[in-house]
Design a protein around this ligand. Sequence first.
Ligand SMILES: C[S@@+](CC[C@H](N)C(=O)[O-])C[C@H]1O[C@@H](n2cnc3c(N)ncnc32)[C@H](O)[C@@H]1O
Length: 254
Amino acid sequence: MPTRTSRIIGGLVIVFAAAFPVFLYDRLVAREVLRRQRAAPALSEAIDVYHAAFYAATQRTLPMFWLGLPTIQNPNDVWVTQELISRLKPDFIVETGTWHGGSAVIWAMVQDQVNPTGRVITIDVKKFVDETKLPPIWQKKVDFVLGSSTDPKVVADVARRVGKGRTMILLDSDHRAHHVLAEMRAYAQLVSVGSYLIVQDTDVNGHPVLPGWGPGPMEATTEFLRSDPRFEVDRSQERLMFTMHPGGYLRRVR
Ligand SMILES: C[S@@+](CC[C@H](N)C(=O)[O-])C[C@H]1O[C@@H](n2cnc3c(N)ncnc32)[C@H](O)[C@@H]1O
């Protein structure tokens, strides 16, 4: 008959055995990403040139669409976010910055396959969504919150909806540093340990696009990480080499 202590030890061994390969994989990939960047400065420069060209094309002349909804997402980052949603199966995905709802629909479609009862909560200060153009998954899984993402009433409402569910956060609203930092401080506590706070568009203000933007998501992230040891940058999520969120995939580690 196993004792209580042996059952606890057995449980810990199983948890450790399940988590260790993922942890090891992430560390090895992150090391490989950094190794490639250091070994081939020309490759980094080429990626930056592509990044600037892609950015200029998609922001000005070639809008992208998901199921007919305009959306401003980099396909590489959508892929990586899809991998995270598939692995973590969050109960809640909270997105700031809905616009026409294209990105919320992407996250909802992926989440639906891995957590059919999960919800996407998407917040915007303005209502751009047009119900007549939204696909059925919107009705099924998406909750739209109208208001500023940093309004304490909105934050409290989202915290109430999420409760103790497994939660991932994506920030894609006002990209000025003061706003992003306020969002990070407001929503960080909702991110479950092992899950992610994804700060989108850390590439502006010269990282490497829009050098004249002024302090943005990258600067907010640097400031946030100085005072919040619960989060670490996960460079392994940049393994597809071209990302619009460099240094923006933050994993909650404690
Ligand atoms: C870059 S767009 C979001 C794009 C969307 N995530 C997509 O990929 O399709 C930014 C959105 O943030 C919204 N926004 C700006 N300030 C905001 C705030 N304080 N709170 C919530 N949303 C805000 C804007 O109205 C705009 O719709």
